[in-house]
Design a protein. Sequence first.
Length: 102
Amino acid sequence: MEKDIGKINKNETSDIIIRLDDFGGKRGLTIREFVTSDRYTGFTKSGVRIMAEDFPKFKQMINSISEKDLVEENKEEPKSDNEQETLDEIRTERPGRDLPDY
């Protein structure tokens, strides 16, 4: 059983499709890219599948995001090649490396 929930336009040739489906006999939520072009029309390999038993955790994570969290703040200038970050800098400058387990 497949049920398309909705789509989000990514660009002029691609949409992100959200659907409920049974894959391999297991129910889940699939979020995949769908391309329409001269060479190929259909789903790409890009996407993610959330198993039905993990959906409550996924929903809780999504609901923990406020629209305020998505407002862009002052963007930093990208670092040049000679200013690459070290792994230690990445771990301390980018929170979320130790993610909560829902």
